[in-house]
Design a protein around this ligand. Sequence first.
Ligand SMILES: [Fe+2]
Length: 284
Amino acid sequence: MSDHKPPYLGFGLGLRPQHYQDILSGDPDIDWFEVISENYMIPGGQPIRILDQIRERYPIVMHGVSLSIASTAPLDTEYLTALKTLADRVNPKWISDHLCWTGVHGVNLHDLLPIPYTQEALDHVVDRVGQVQDFLGRRLTLENVSTYVTFGESEMSEWEFVSEVAKRADCWLLFDVNNVYVSAFNHGFSTDAFLHGVPRDRIVQFHLAGHSQEETHIVDTHDHPVCEEVWDFYREAVTHFGPVSTMIERDDNIPPLAEVVAELDIARKIAREVQDGARTIAAE
Ligand SMILES: [Fe+2]
């Protein structure tokens, strides 16, 4: 397994079928794409043929939703074999999934479910990340999820749990800026505590997305543009972590490609302003 940190890729988008034609027939200003692994695990058919064309022109990152790394169900070797086969074909810059569980006893709930932040759960997740990394022959990248409940049993904060997983399992982290914002609002913790609580050298990617603000809580719907507060937190994250490969996730109400590219330009602008500001301070 390589010890090298994955490369900085710039500003990317989640690849969505609605945008296939515009990407293939144009030259949109996008540096890289993140693909949902499960959508391309069938060896034949149109999706994988299109991905083969897109990966000739853009770096690709694979992002899964079914690893269920924190589940107590045995690891799904059929799934892992399909993931490895896809990775061998696509040659992604890295492979990510979520720090959560998605089912147990043979039932997949198709939701990213929260973990009790206990020593027992930590040992369990660290052991499984090691098994997955050994199987894939690659380091895994794990993403913090949005949550709506917490467990009375928890013995540490989310950021302490995330950090310990990364250090002990020797894996990378995907810092979902929107998810930190959503969970901080829902549970009343400080976004800054999370930001400063995770190891900078482990972060290889940012996610940005829109959410739905309800009266008492926020739902992570990915069906809106990124809101002002999340852009502000992104600015803080870039200031703290430095340049990190950034992408926008949009999974519902998907607008034309040009609209999402324009939104990506906001991320570029913020990152540039942070860098320019840092250079000005260094020159003074
Ligand atoms: Fe995300």
